[in-house]
Write a protein of this length. Sequence first.
Length: 115
Amino acid sequence: MKKSRPGHLVKVICKPADRERVARALAKETGTLGVRDAGVTHRWIAEREFETVRLEIDGEEYEVDVKITSGADGEVYDVSVEYDDAKAVARETKTTVRDVLRWAEQAVTTLDTNL
């Protein structure tokens, strides 16, 4: 997949009337940004919004972009920190990428109480 990340194929058989509900469940549970409906040429696509969060590490401030995905109804399914940003901050601060990812996710959830 993009940037050599692993990808997974999940196939679901459901009634046409359940398509939207199943697509939303997949997005909510997996964090996917899109679900292809093989029965028709329609693809359900999550809404995407980007926020920039500021992290203070050892007295210095760093900015990290975060992608927030939701359905048309505004329900948030996933919060994903841009990995390259987290990696750059981790390198500069000599901390782990995992810590930077966690701090950035925490920072975005404190910005919006709907998350």
